[in-house]
Write a protein that binds this ligand. Structure first.
Ligand code: KG4
Ligand code: ZN
Length: 340
């Protein structure tokens, strides 16, 4: 079964084809960074409009690159949420219309399930059961995964997500949107011991997260510091990154112990962070835990993870219902008089 995956939940248009027999056949990604950078964050209306512009040509280019035609597709999977309403509508409308025109099934995919299952596309996929740390721009969650499709939320962010904290700190440091990778890059040259920022909510039991206080601590430090200090920004970026990484590590350790599993999956945009992978990797090796994460391009938003998650659900018979909001054929006699 060949499934077209469509991702339009935020500021990336992603499409891919996943085949049950041959794996990932190809993918295309268009980033809207250039459009939103001037505003310092995603402008929802501009995001929707750009998805409208890009989605059809990107899909055509993907199919041409895979030497496939639309008629070679057996199903369509699209991100149905969570995400920006208008942006989601574009992918959902395109996906459902395409499936309707081709007379093939469509399925609605949960964006975070797709992130969570992205490591399944790698050569050495995780084995169930496992605990997953989902760290993206909108979510920081620890999930107990008995098997694909069975999820129990162990911990969640009370305020800012980890990626959001990276993006906000980036903006404080004068780095362009989206700031996560830029903060990470700046931190490479920083001194990890100069600034010690709080590790929020690690001094009490529980698996929830809160990163807004850490963000404020960074802001306070910046306001107090000597702006002319050439090492300041790198040292702050480094101290901040270390605080986020250690906080995530402490909670992952707890979650794995609590769930009694021996596999930890790391997914979502922040999972691309080198220091996070390094620190979790060091702990996992010594604790005998199998750590699995996708390649960086499959950590951030992409169509491949949607195609895979949708393929799995389609194979199990799941479909969006095919009722259309309009009726091309509609007999006057079918009308019921509400007053009768
Ligand atoms: O999963 P994703 O692409 O989109 C959402 O579903 O939100 O995650 C995007 C987030 C952004 O906040 C971005 O700054 C962050 O992931 N991010 C990183 C890195 N790469 C992306 N944060 C820290 N280090 C990175 N290398
Ligand atoms: Zn995402």
């Amino acid at each position: 079964m060949r499934v077209l995956g469509i991702e339009t939940s935020c500021d990336e248009t992603g499409v891919a084809v996943y085949c049950g027999d041959a794996g990932l056949l190809g993918q295309r990604l268009h980033s809207q960074i250039g459009i939103h950078a001037a505003y310092g964050g995603v402008v929802p209306e501009l995001a929707s409009r750009d998805h409208v512009r890009r989605l059809a040509p990107l899909t055509e280019s993907l199919l041409a690159g895979c030497a496939l035609s639309f008629h070679d597709l057996d199903g369509v999977a699209y991100t149905a949420g969570p995400g920006l309403a208008g942006a989601l509508m574009v992918g959902a409308t395109f996906g459902r219309c395409l499936a309707f025109a081709l007379n093939i099934p469509a399925v609605a995919v949960h964006h975070m399930e797709a992130h969570l299952l992205a490591p399944m596309l790698e050569p050495d996929p995780p084995r169930f059961p496992f605990v997953a740390l989902l760290v993206s721009g909108g979510h920081t969650q620890l999930v107990q995964v008995a098997r694909a499709g069975s999820y129990r939320l162990l911990g969640d962010s009370m305020d800012d997500a980890a990626g959001e904290a990276f993006d906000k700190v980036a903006s404080m440091l004068g780095l362009p949107y989206p700031g996560g990778p830029q903060v990470a890059e700046l931190a490479e040259g920083g001194d990890p011991n100069r600034f010690r920022f709080p590790r929020p909510m690690t001094d009490r039991p529980g698996l929830d997260f809160s990163f807004s206080g850490l963000k404020t601590a960074v802001l306070t430090r910046l306001a107090e510091a000597d702006a002319a200090d050439p090492a300041l920004r790198a040292d702050i970026a480094c101290g901040f990154q270390e605080a986020v990484v250690e906080t995530l590590l402490i909670k992952c350790r707890r979650a794995v112990e609590q769930a009694g599993v021996d596999t930890l999956v790391l997914a979502g945009g922040v999972a691309a962070n080198r220091r996070l992978r390094e620190e979790l990797g060091a702990w996992a090796r010594q604790a005998g835990v199998a750590l699995r994460y996708p390649a960086p391009a499959l950590c951030t938003d992409n169509g491949a993870m949607i195609a895979y998650a949708g393929w799995r659900r389609l194979m199990l018979g799941e479909r969006v219902d095919d009722t259309f909001p309009v009726r091309p054929r509609w007999s006057l006699e079918e009308l019921r008089d509400p007053a009768a």
